[in-house]
Ligand binder design. Structure first.
Ligand SMILES: [Zn+2]
Length: 160
């Protein structure tokens, strides 16, 4: 019986060592850190969706934003400011004990769910704003290729 158990333990150890060797943990830089956005975003060069924190983001020059982009940017910016205001108000109320005492359980629950909702909206608006004002690429190579392709298109062809 003891021999059987020892054999099992040995097999388990051998398997563990094997898997440890076969599938090493990815380096730390690959893992999302706190505050990293893990929502996928499509590469502006090849269209491949990649978690945002793993790609390269580049701010578009102001001059390249079209009138519609500018308008959208302004809309989103003011919406974000309004949401941040509401969130700040809630957080202030939540830490105000005298104010909290006046509220019924129902009211507290509503305030909490409105707060969660605002947080979600804020995140979505921030992502939308980023999409308007930045480019996104899988890697530096795609970034370079994207600009090379654009430069080619912008250069006027000389007609003889
Ligand atoms: Zn790409």
């Amino acid at each position: 019986m003891l021999a059987f158990i020892i054999t099992l333990i040995l097999i388990w150890l051998a398997m563990w060592a094997f898997f440890k060797f076969m599938y090493p943990k990815p380096p730390k830089e690959f893992m999302p850190k706190k505050g990293d956005v893990i929502t996928p975003r499509e590469c502006d060069f090849c269209g491949y969706p990649l978690a945002e924190y793993r790609g390269v983001m580049e701010a578009k020059p102001e001059t390249l934003l079209m009138a519609t982009d500018q308008q959208r940017k302004n809309e989103l910016t003011s919406e974000i400011a309004a949401l941040e205001q509401q969130i700040a108000t809630y957080e202030k109320q939540a830490s105000d004990k005298a104010y909290q005492k006046q509220l019924t359980r129902q009211q507290k629950k509503q305030a909490q769910s409105a707060y969660d909702d605002h947080q979600k909206q804020l995140f979505e608006k921030k992502q939308a704003l980023k999409k308007v004002t930045t480019w996104f690429f899988c890697n530096y190579e795609h970034q370079a290729d994207f600009h090379a392709r654009n430069a080619e298109q912008i250069t006027p062809t000389i007609v003889k």
